[in-house]
Design a protein around this ligand. Sequence first.
Ligand code: SAH
Length: 365
Amino acid sequence: METTEVRLSKSSRVEYKEPQKIKTIRIRDIFLVGIGVLAGILIGLLLPSRLPGARIALSDTLLADGEIALEAINNKILEWESGYSGSTGLAALSNRSPEYIATNRTFDAAQALGTLPTGDQESFVSSLLENTSEPEEYIRARWRLYKIIVGYGLNEIQGLAVEAFLRTPRQLFVREKNLARAYHDTWLSIGYGATITDPDVVAMMTTTLDVKPGMKVLEIGTGSGYQSAILSNLTNEVYSIEIIEPLYYETNELYKELAAEYPSYNNISRKLGDGYYGWIKYAPFDRIIVTCAIDHLPPPLQQQLSPGGIMVVPLGRPGRQYIMEVKKTVDEEGNIVITRRDVYNGLSVKFIPFRNESGTSYSSK
Ligand code: SAH
């Protein structure tokens, strides 16, 4: 909040003067005083709207794409889109920390990888029609979206990320009212002020993360579950943390429901909690993906990243971040070296804030 310092100028000091001779009041003087008073009232009414501060903050909250972020920061009651009313459902109840830990794994990413034809549309479509219950229109829509992302020419989707992306039914992770937009390249509301990330950004973050079978991956911000579902095609050990309690439960249920057809989702260990502190019990992680915005690298996450590991994180101030690839290496003298690289050609993104349990953003304003 800006503060304005008011100083009295020399000329505005009130000084006492000896009364001089009494003047006679004329009609012209009354008229002039009247005009002065009116002008004063007008200036008084108009001035506040031109001052920076509260009004600017208010108009920011009304900007469509700043809306989610600011609502979340302020931890307001959200009835927005989801129809959910009540608190934002933060995991403030620290004594309750439900979790699901993957044990008895029935899916092996290493075996499945490479079995989906990704070279041409028709072989891809017929393979999925044969092996899943997905309607053809969604399978084709996903192929088209993949081609659109490739067409951007930004190398956002490459290597194993292609198969992981093409295997993952985004329509099952969006809210019902957004089904028609499941394969538009855009983020969508999933309630509670959270969003499912834009497919091209998911593709790029997955490509950058460069997950190989056998690696241990930690995601901060489970949200809809879409990103972790993609990752579960690449390795058997995916861990994900979500801070919004009802969202944690919704996605947990969804994974359970879908696991019959997509057994890789059973390999996703998940918990309700504050991901700022990572998941020490299962650390270190070969890969960490942060899907909420923060202006610094949380020290616990740096610590829990294996030497040689990669972290992908939207780094920047609230409202504007850059997708960073963070690498942790150890030099000849045994020092830990952290390097950062913008992987999105300087393009900015807007993720919802990384918040603590009381709803406050971890980023300084
Ligand atoms: N990866 C998600 C993106 C969800 S948006 C998807 O694929 O749908 C980001 C998510 O980060 C939100 O669900 C938000 O609640 C969560 N989040 C914010 N701060 C967090 C924290 N401290 N710990 C864990 N999750 C957090």
